[in-house]
Design a protein around this ligand. Structure first.
Ligand code: MF3
Ligand code: CO
Ligand code: CO
Length: 269
């Protein structure tokens, strides 16, 4: 036994109840609301540490807790991953340049529930290739989400994402994956963004997890820099990512981290 309610499947995935969906919805909406406020802060000359400072301020103002500050020694309220940074970019004093694309990833804890979400932004003018990458990555996340329903398998999610991305002649990062979450940050299963239909654990109503595909314009390989966090594309090609936290319902899924303001695309402000 552990301290959390709800049964575990044979794959070790927790099954949650209706009250838990309410908790996750609240947490997801706080995280997504913070992302909604970020677009005006992203401009050429801005530093990623200034963006992170505003995120930390908003987390505190909401009376909630950052899940990332203190997590495995991480010291910031967000990860901000610019251009060829795939994920886990550390906010810092470097200034954004015109045309830079960046992922901002925020995770908060609200009444014990984790809301984890990320989106892409652009400083200044979005270039043609970057625009295509961002759009394909966003749409790939939703191809994965559309495969979420009881009876489907996690491999169906990965396959939906991978086949969409590769048809666009881009690549899916293999070295990082989505994850179960709920009253913990990272729980089983690993949610792979590639795979084969009909493989992996069966999806059941009440499962909570993230889908957070990272897509590269070039090759899929990554490496982690000497700071032990920053993951970059080995070939220095541009990378993009979107992330939602979702819960499996009887007929599909609830997306906990939908934008309260209906935003998603960097050029929508
Ligand atoms: N939010 C990231 C995720 O999607 C995890 C960040 S952990 C940190 O799982 F320590 F780097 F912040
Ligand atoms: Co996540
Ligand atoms: Co995240």
């Amino acid at each position: 036994m552990d301290d959390f309610k709800g049964r575990l499947t044979r794959d070790g995935i927790r099954i949650h109840d209706a009250d838990d969906f309410i908790g996750m919805h609240r947490a997801g909406q706080v995280a997504a609301g913070i992302l909604d406020a970020m677009a005006p802060l992203v401009f050429p000359g801005q530093t990623t540490e200034a963006i992170d400072a505003e995120i930390e301020r908003m987390v505190n103002a909401a009376g909630v807790t950052s899940a990332t500050i203190g997590y495995r020694g991480y010291q910031h309220a967000s990860c901000i991953s610019v251009n060829h940074v795939v994920c886990h970019g550390i906010p810092g004093p470097k200034t954004l340049k015109d045309g830079d694309i960046l992922n901002i990833d925020v995770t908060v804890i609200v009444d014990g529930w984790y809301g984890d979400t990320s989106r892409m932004y652009v400083a200044g003018t979005l270039g043609r290739k970057a625009e295509r990458l961002v759009q394909v990555t966003h749409d790939a996340l939703f191809k994965g989400i559309e495969a979420v329903r009881p009876g489907n398998r996690f491999g169906d999610i990965g396959f939906a994402i991978q086949s969409y991305v590769e048809a666009a002649r881009m690549s899916v990062v293999r070295d990082f994956c989505g994850h179960g979450l709920g009253q913990v940050f990272h729980a089983p299963p690993n949610v792979l963004h590639y795979g084969r239909p009909g493989t992996g654990p069966v999806l059941e109503e009440g499962m909570f997890f993230t889908i957070e595909p990272m897509v590269n314009l070039g090759r899929p390989e990554t490496k982690v820099l000497a700071d032990d966090w920053t993951a970059v594309t080995r070939d220095k090609s541009l990378s993009a990512q979107f992330e939602h936290s979702i819960g499996v319902t009887a007929t599909g899924c609830e997306i906990f981290t939908l934008s309260p303001a209906g935003k998603f695309h960097p050029t929508w402000g």
